[in-house]
Write a protein that binds this ligand. Structure first.
Ligand code: NAD
Length: 491
């Protein structure tokens, strides 16, 4: 079956449609970073909202900025912004949907002016983002990297930017001049206080252009914080083939994800928003305890698992979860390391959240890639793992799992797994720092990189000694034997 506007009504009956008339829908949201996650998460909630009365103004205009998105651009243009999402349950059942809310799509390299004009248009009332954790260009002190080549380019070329902040600030500047109310900037990346971080980056960029503009943005623009959750693997060739068989739809950019979905948002939308609260999004005054729980449990578990499991030769997250040793390692991390510091909240019971997490990770039908989780470790460790480690050190609790994890990360940065297979190291942000580690023979190089591991680790003699011992043991005996020695009961 062909997927485009003209063939929408001829899709197989099993493909669920959202139930709104997309020909009447106009874009009120512009989303930068149309990848798998946005299309499986925000777009699904938005499709649900559009099926309610009076919501026609809240369609999405998808925008991609980077050369790596060229294939997505071709697919979205050919398919009129339509694509399928297949939601896979742990019991093997699934629901496939066609998502209809992306009623416009722009590929910025084709025409930066078209993107600036779109973002400046009064119809656009929210600009949302999934530009990855490192895409905010903030260091551990929250300082924005004004020297980043894209930032430097955009400051020098305000009418033809390349990066997210160049577009956002450029459009806000035009709106201010034209007397048009600003849009809300909504980050959907996995960062603590993602709204506050987006604000920091946008305001810092704006200040470099004009202090008055920066002040206006600080005063007038809402940057809601949000906690987002839905495991969405990259759609690799195998997934593409499987989805084609499952859906019988000829989709050049299908999405596969789990059936679980969650979104907790602060309600700082000063220029309106869709009725997301009617369709499953939870609104709260302070999202921090929710994001803290999710980042410390889910994202940290992903990071803790990915490097040792990958080194041992595994490639899929579910395979690792069905391995007794790795399961027990994660269970231990959730119960004794990360979970200890968290409290249950309305809508989030910590004990059942942990159990659900392990079930979600073990979902055979999702087949999430360990390689996806191994990406950008240099940016993730400080936010995901260090808060737990610091609490452990302050309270004199055992830190062997985290020492083991860091030793495995150091070993991973050597670029070859224990079966001798080489892999690309994907560190889009911390790479310049990590190059020292990659080239170094000393395991000390990593744990002296305070940008990656903070300052407490190198100062803690006990931790450093254990890390060095485990690092050596990984070289001589391998990750599996090393982990087994830490947790003999899991054998
Ligand atoms: P993806 O690779 O499918 O898509 C990411 C998109 O963002 C791509 O279009 C990419 O080109 C673009 N992008 C990356 N860096 C950018 C930058 N600096 N500026 C502008 N655009 C940039 O990845 P994804 O799975 O969609 O994940 C994107 C983000 O969503 C993650 O980094 C994470 O913060 C968040 N997230 C993902 C998941 C998940 O399970 N995949 C879950 C929760 C949150």
């Amino acid at each position: 079956h062909t997927l485009d506007q003209a063939h929408l009504s001829t899709l197989p009956a099993a493909i669920v449609r959202p139930g709104h008339d997309r020909t009447k829908v106009r874009a009120g949201i512009a989303h930068i970073g149309v990848g798998g996650f946005h299309r499986a998460h925000q777009a699904i909630y938005t499709d649900r909202a559009l099926a309610r009365p009076g919501q026609e103004g809240w369609g999405i205009c998808g925008i991609n900025l980077l050369p790596q998105d060229a294939a997505m651009a071709v697919a979205m243009k050919k398919q009129n912004g339509l694509y399928t999402v297949s939601e896979m349950a742990p019991d093997g059942s699934h629901v496939s949907r066609v998502v209809e809310c992306m009623v416009e799509y722009l590929y910025a390299p084709d025409s930066p002016e078209a993107v600036l004009a779109k973002l400046s248009h009064p119809d656009i009332r929210i600009v949302s983002l999934t530009i990855t954790e490192g895409g905010y260009l903030l260091d551990e002190h929250g300082r924005f990297n004004l020297e980043h080549p894209t930032v430097a380019h955009d400051l020098a070329n305000p009418e033809a930017p390349q990066g997210a902040f160049g577009y956002i600030v450029g459009a806000l500047e035009r709106r201010r001049k034209a007397g048009v109310k600003p849009f809300t900037v909504m980050s959907c990346d996995n960062l603590r206080h993602n709204g506050a971080q987006a604000r920091r980056a946008v305001v810092a960029f704006a200040r470099a252009r004009s202090p008055e503009l920066a002040e206006w943005i600080e005063r007038e623009v809402g940057f809601p914080n949000g906690m987002v959750d839905r495991i969405t693997p990259a759609t690799d060739a195998a997934a593409r083939q499987k989805l084609r068989e499952l859906t019988q739809v000829d989709d050049a950019a299908p999405v596969i994800c789990e059936d679980f979905i969650q979104w907790v948002l602060e309600d700082d939308f000063r220029n309106g928003r869709p009725d997301w609260h009617e369709v499953g999004v939870m609104f709260t005054k302070d999202v921090s305890p929710y994001e803290e729980a999710k980042i410390r449990l889910l994202n940290a578990s992903h990071t803790m698992l990915s490097y040792p499991a990958y080194l041992s030769g595994l490639r899929k997250v579910d395979d690792a979860l069905h391995d007794k040793l790795f399961f027990s390692y994660l269970r231990g991390f959730l119960d004794h390391d990360a979970g200890v510091w968290l409290k249950s909240l309305p809508g989030l019971d910590i004990e059942s959240y942990k159990d659900t997490l392990l079930r979600r990770f073990g979902n055979r039908a999702v087949g999430d890639q360990l390689a996806r989780l191994c990406m950008d470790g240099g940016s993730k460790i400080s936010g995901f793992v260090l808060p737990t480690l610091h609490a452990i050190l302050e309270n004199g609790r055992p830190y062997h799992r985290i020492a083991f994890f860091l030793a495995a990360y150091d070993r991973y940065l050597k670029g070859k797994d224990e079966k001798g297979e080489a892999y690309p190291i994907n560190e889009p942000n911390a790479r310049p720092l990590l190059e020292k580690v990659m080239a170094s023979d000393s395991p000390m190089t990593l744990i002296q990189l305070k940008e990656v591991v903070g300052t407490q680790i190198p100062a803690h003699q006990g931790f450093v000694e254990l890390y060095l011992k485990l690092r050596q043991q990984i070289d001589t005996q391998g990750v599996v034997a090393t982990l087994t020695s830490l947790d003999p009961a899991s054998k």
